[in-house]
Write a protein that binds this ligand. Structure first.
Ligand code: SF4
Ligand code: SF4
Length: 439
């Protein structure tokens, strides 16, 4: 590795050394509590897949270049040189970790392996070694955003073409657009993914609730976050922020996409609007009596997969369960749920990156838990999880069907009894509770 490049990479590393990062790098006691927490290790028990081993690769570099002890006695804490061999080793470390942060939940010091891996990802990007497909998707997304004016007309036409399907699920009142766009002063700006599955059910639900809403021109997905590039992440998120401010909306509701929600809610600072997940909005409509669901529509046991970015990292545990209990009397949780839910195995860009064999093998623990419930519907609230879980069900031959919470709700809307008025909230609030088990 050229000296210049090494210098640049070490500067990138130095930029990431916040107080929190230093704390995580300095304080691992190697107690091993986190080992069993990782779904990859649980499914493929090899040392290289443990959280502590992944972090150790970065710690050794930190020791060498940022600690006095590493300079005086590099052998003491196994300090390593930054070279091509280290970069190759850390590639696997970084991109087989989904950033789910389950290990952090069980670590007595709350060490954030996801954050430590974000250092590795930044160095890989800096040396042009990151997964190119993720960067390409981020670049395409950025370019689409920069040229949005040129595509607004065709987007509006595509949206008009979906309206019949929305009306099939919920008959809007005369004169109302089934999918409103660019509504100044809307209460809710709904940010969807590409694909009608992300627009049609949500539109029907918001129309049923009598919501004053607007569909965003932009896609929710943030490939900048998947690849671990902070600049691209910011640019992709900023255009949604600008649109929300221009329309003067009260809330931005992010569709069922965990990464998009986490970026907007936790990584973009404070705004003039509130940020919520779409499942929170559905739960609110139910609590306020703005929508009603027909339980007889589903004759199946339902279980729920907590998307890491919405649940463990966003604290949204009870809302989806509250919704699903309005759809069935036969809801059953996975053994590891809420904060302790295992990652689906597709996070951190793995669903897109293409090593399907690894994705399937590394998430076997999730499949075993789904099988144990006997559920025939596995609901979730994240596109990435939906893709990965659907692949898993097929790969392991399970009949369980993976469905979005919004899709189940839209198919069970009761047309006659929904009210356009918004009554005061009832006391039937979802209660937070932790029933999770470790490892
Ligand atoms: S549980 Fe925490 S302190 Fe223990 S080995 Fe894992 S990261 Fe280190
Ligand atoms: S963040 Fe998730 S995938 Fe990464 S080491 Fe921790 S438990 Fe494993």
């Amino acid at each position: 590795m050229e000296e210049n490049q090494k210098k640049e990479l070490l500067e990138l590393f130095a930029d990431k050394l916040t107080r929190a990062a230093r704390l995580y790098l300095d304080n691992c006691t190697r107690c091993g509590v986190c080992i069993e927490a990782c779904h990859v290790y649980q499914s493929m028990p090899e040392t290289r897949y443990t959280a502590v081993s992944r972090a150790q690769n970065i710690r050794r570099l930190y020791e060498k270049y940022f600690k006095l002890s590493g300079k005086i006695a590099p052998w003491w804490n196994e300090a390593v040189e930054l070279d091509d061999a280290w970069m190759d080793r850390v590639w696997e470390t970084a991109y087989t970790c989904t950033g789910c942060r389950r290990c952090m939940t069980f670590c007595p010091f709350g060490i954030d392996t996801g954050l430590i891996q974000s250092i590795a990802k930044l160095l890989l990007i800096g040396s042009d070694r990151e997964p190119k497909v993720l960067t390409m998707l981020a670049d395409v997304s950025i370019s689409k955003g920069r040229n949005i004016e040129a595509t607004k007309k065709s987007f509006a036409q595509a949206v008009r073409n979906l309206e019949a399907e929305v009306i099939e699920k919920w008959r809007s009142e005369g004169g109302e657009e089934a999918v409103p766009l660019d509504v100044q002063g809307a209460d809710v700006l709904y940010v969807a993914l590409a694909g009608k599955h992300s627009i049609v059910p949500a539109a029907a639900i918001m129309n049923a609730a009598g919501e004053k809403w607007s569909l965003s021109y932009f896609e929710a997905v943030n490939f900048g976050a998947f690849v671990g590039n902070p600049k691209k992440t910011k640019e992709i998120a900023q255009r949604i922020i600008d649109e929300a401010e221009r329309l003067k909306v009260k809330e931005v509701a992010i569709c069922e996409c965990g990464t998009a929600y986490r970026v907007m809610k936790h990584m973009t600072g404070k705004h003039s609007f509130n940020v919520i997940t779409f499942v929170e909005l559905i739960a609110r409509y139910l609590r306020e009596g703005r929508i009603k669901l027909d339980k007889s529509k589903i004759d199946a046991r339902i279980t729920y997969h907590d998307p890491c970015q919405i649940a463990r990292q966003g604290g949204i545990y009870e809302e989806p369960r509250y919704i699903l209990k309005h759809l069935t009397d036969d809801f059953v949780d996975l053994q590891s749920n809420r904060r302790a839910s295992y990652c689906c195995g597709g996070g951190g860009g793995l669903v897109i990156m293409g090593d399907k064999e690894f994705r399937m093998k590394s998430a076997k623990v999730k499949v075993d838990e789904v099988k144990a419930t006997g559920a025939t519907i596995l609901a979730t609230a994240c596109e990435n999880c939906h893709s990965q879980l659907s692949d898993l069900m097929e790969y392991y031959g399970l009949e369980t069907k993976v469905q979005f919470v919004s899709g189940l709700v839209a198919d069970a809307l009761v047309q006659e009894t929904a009210s356009r008025k918004v009554p005061a909230a009832t006391s039937e609030e979802p209660q937070l509770q932790l029933t999770a088990k470790a490892g």
